[in-house]
Design a protein around this ligand. Structure first.
Ligand SMILES: Cc1cc2nc3c(=O)[nH]c(=O)nc-3n(C[C@H](O)[C@H](O)[C@H](O)COP(=O)(O)OP(=O)(O)OC[C@H]3O[C@@H](n4cnc5c(N)ncnc54)[C@H](O)[C@@H]3O)c2cc1C
Length: 379
């Protein structure tokens, strides 16, 4: 079966390693951080959602990006400073607008499969990750956005999703803790939520039980061609003098926003752009246990998603920022998440909140690239 090297121990790398191990490969995962899931797979929105599969490639989003360019609290923020990476990505993003419908249908198909696999893996390996299988509800405040959502729903249904409209009264029944005036919503009963970091680390342990090897604290810097395979070269993150090389039959690049640079090492173009987002995790006090929602929520206008992580945590995430690899947690980008939480859950104590920023690895058409390199063998 041979030896495969997986670069990156986020959710993509660890699920890939697990799939390869179960097919009988020997697997080594190389990761620059000391633990799995320390980058984008650390504190995301927590939604296991097929209902959030609408791709962003629409003229309305381009218009929003331009209109909000100087609004620091806007859900979508484009740093106007040009770079070749950003400009080429935006040009390709616009080029994909004509594929909006087919890419949305393809994304929902993939998401339904991914959701099914994830539930199966968690059950098989006994991974505890605060899974809440209580569905996901999109909410809309006006008739125009609800009408657009109905059109999107037709596409999602074409991809096989079970999702129905709900009235304002039904919104209150489905999630009684949610305060606000809504025109309507859509409910997806099979969507769920959970803690991506706990899932990824639990699965990394399962990989180790299956014989997988994890090498942490190493930064991959070169991938050479070798007889019948590849040699991957790395250096220590804490000690640049520590260098090593490992041979493999196959190399799989799962390096998140680092994938563009790593693909370039083998002459492959992978135009992944880091689309920054933020999350807050509210510590839910024992007296507030029934004041935060259990159903996963998505407020389309605010571009905010929420997940309940067990009794003690409530995650609220959102915003998209095109600002290169900058990982700073900005107060003016966190404030809208806290304000939104206070507005919609006025009885919930928000005095203890952990903040985080992460970089979504995004290709211009929003679909992942899965498959063999077109230019490099064994990658
Ligand atoms: C605010 C926010 C909210 C989100 N909400 C959701 C949600 O609700 N539901 C959802 O499905 N998705 C959500 N996402 C997206 C999701 O989190 C990401 O798609 C996912 O975490 C990406 O995982 P990954 O494994 O591809 O990347 P990562 O988790 O970033 O893993 C890549 C790994 O590769 C390593 N690496 C990179 N370069 C090298 C190198 N040269 N050498 C060694 N190691 C290297 C990195 O250290 C990293 O650990 C959200 C994202 C954000 C930012």
């Amino acid at each position: 079966m041979g030896h495969a090297i997986v670069i990156g121990a986020g959710i993509t790398g660890v699920t890939t390693a697990y799939a390869l191990l179960r097919r009988g490969h020997a697997v080594t995962v190389l990761e620059r951080h000391p633990y799995a899931a320390l980058e984008t797979s650390f504190a995301n929105g927590g939604q296991l959602s097929a209902s959030n599969a609408e791709v962003w490639n629409q003229w309305s989003n381009v218009a929003h990006g331009l209109r909000w360019i100087f609004t620091r609290s806007a859900p979508l923020l484009l740093n106007p400073k040009p770079s070749w990476h950003k400009m080429s990505w935006l040009a390709e993003f616009i080029g994909q607008i004509r594929r909006y419908e087919e890419n949305t249908v393809e994304t929902v198909r993939l998401a339904i499969e991914a959701r099914r696999h994830l539930f199966e893996i968690a059950a098989r390996e006994g991974i505890a990750f605060d899974l809440e299988k209580r569905g996901l509800m999109h909410v809309y405040r006006d008739s125009a956005s609800f009408a657009h959502a109905a059109k999107v729903n037709a596409l999602l249904k074409r991809g096989g999703l079970e999702r129905e409209p709900v009235t304002p009264e039904e919104i209150r029944t489905i999630e009684p803790t949610l305060d606000g005036t809504f025109h309507g919503g859509f409910f997806t009963p099979r969507d769920a939520s959970g803690d991506i970091c706990r899932f990824t680390r639990g699965l990394a342990q399962a990989c180790a039980r299956l014989g997988g090897r994890f090498v942490h604290g190493v930064e991959v810097g070169a991938i050479r061609e070798a007889e019948g395979g590849r040699v991957v070269e790395w250096q220590g993150v804490d000690d640049a003098q520590a260098k090593g090389a490992l041979a493999a039959d196959q190399v799989v690049i799962c390096a998140g926003v680092g994938s563009r640079q790593i693909a370039a090492l083998v002459g492959e173009r992978l135009n992944v752009y880091p689309v920054k987002g933020y999350s807050i995790t509210v510590a839910v006090k024992p007296e507030d246990v029934d004041r935060a929602p259990r159903v996963a929520l998505l407020d389309d206008a605010a571009k905010i998603v929420t997940s309940r992580l067990g009794d003690t945590r409530f995650r609220v995430a959102g915003t998209a920022e095109l600002n290169g690899y900058n990982r700073d947690v900005r107060a003016d980008r966190i404030a809208p998440l806290v304000d939104w939480t206070r507005r919609h859950f006025p009885k919930l104590d928000t005095s203890d909140v952990a903040v985080w920023a992460g970089l979504r690895p995004m290709l211009p058409g929003m679909l992942p690239r899965v498959g063999a390199s077109r230019r490099a063998r064994n990658v």
